[in-house]
Design a protein around this ligand. Structure first.
Ligand code: NAP
Length: 283
């Protein structure tokens, strides 16, 4: 697509940023919808972050995604933050307003729920307890989203109990904190199991979890997407549980930003998924 001088601009700010799939993902939609616009990687060192962010309106950007390590700093740097972003303590999407003000939101929880609803359409929050493993940045968004969806009980399991306690204090919801050593027992009677730790990700050891106590009807969602089929998902599938991989969360979390910057509500399709997957294998 050849850009005009009036092309709309957006991008992703991170350090490093060369591993980000967002330019490929947004680039696909820009082409798909024939939009006069560009989405670029912005490699910004932590020490330069506030200055780079403040320059966006002057450079004519419609907004940006924020990735590691800037998600928390972005919350402090924006002029206005959505309540959801304040609650999870991080911003991943920024929109530049007409007057140049920066509004931050966090779309990870939305992406998680959309992916879950699309790929496990029979799952309903009221079906029973949800177990979330992890209390990092991703887990904070997921816990908030599940609590808002109305799960009756949320068992939060994290290796470091302090971090789980901090999450519970900030986010709230029907939480029970479970020590890491009791994670296997936490699966009894659960309707949903989510891995939001980095265990199972390429380069890390697999998640050690005995699934024996997990009901056959439970949905298992691993938000790790490299590899796409983690050992957890393979084990869950083998015993007949419905499984949901993590790529869809990444694709869906991008939708609100794209819509705000480029004025089109983009769709997550099989073709988009294949295109992004191809980018993952080429890395
Ligand atoms: P993070 O903030 O660094 O949190 C990492 C989590 O993993 C913490 O709960 C940590 O526990 C736990 N952990 C790390 N090593 C462990 C070990 N040896 N044993 C048990 N627990 C361990 O990371 P994050 O941003 O939340 O991301 C977590 C994972 O989700 C990553 O793999 C990331 O790629 C993936 N993710 C996917 C999406 C998506 O769109 N699908 C979005 C965001 C993140 P402690 O608190 O004890 O350290």
């Amino acid at each position: 697509m050849v850009l005009s001088g009036a092309a709309k601009l957006a991008g992703v700010m991170g350090w490093p940023v060369d591993h980000s799939l967002s330019p490929r993902l947004h680039g696909y939609w820009l082409r798909e919808y024939g939009i006069d616009g560009a989405y670029v990687p912005l490699a910004v060192r932590p020490g330069d972050f506030a200055e780079a962010l403040a320059a966006l309106p002057r450079l004519g950007f419609a907004g940006v995604n924020i990735t590691l390590p800037h998600k928390r700093s972005a919350l402090a740097a924006v002029d206005e933050a959505h309540p959801g972003a304040r609650r999870v303590g991080a911003v991943n999407t920024i929109v530049v307003g007409a007057e140049g003000g920066l509004t931050g939101s966090n779309t990870d929880g939305y992406g998680f729920m959309e992916n879950l609803k699309t790929n496990a359409p029979d799952w309903e929050a009221r079906h029973g307890p949800a177990v979330v493993l992890g209390a990092g940045g991703a887990a904070r968004s997921i816990v908030a989203a599940l609590a808002d969806a109305g799960v009756p009980e949320l068992r939060l399991v994290n290796r470091t109990l302090d971090r789980a306690e901090a999450l519970a204090a900030d986010i709230g919801g029907p939480l029970t904190l479970v020590p890491w050593s009791r994670r296997h027992d936490a699966l009894e009677g659960a309707a949903l199991l989510v891995n939001a730790t980095s265990q199972g990700m390429s380069g890390n050891p697999p998640l050690e979890l005995a699934l024996d106590g997990l009901p056959a009807a439970a949905v298992v969602n691993d938000i790790v997407y490299t590899p796409l089929r983690t050992a957890l998902l393979a084990a869950a599938e083998d015993r007949g549980n419905r499984t949901v991989d993590g790529l869809g969360m990444l694709l869906h979390q991008a939708r609100p930003g794209f819509a705000a910057w480029f004025g089109v509500e983009p769709e997550v399709t099989e073709d988009l998924r294949s295109f992004v997957l191809q980018g993952m294998t080429e890395r």
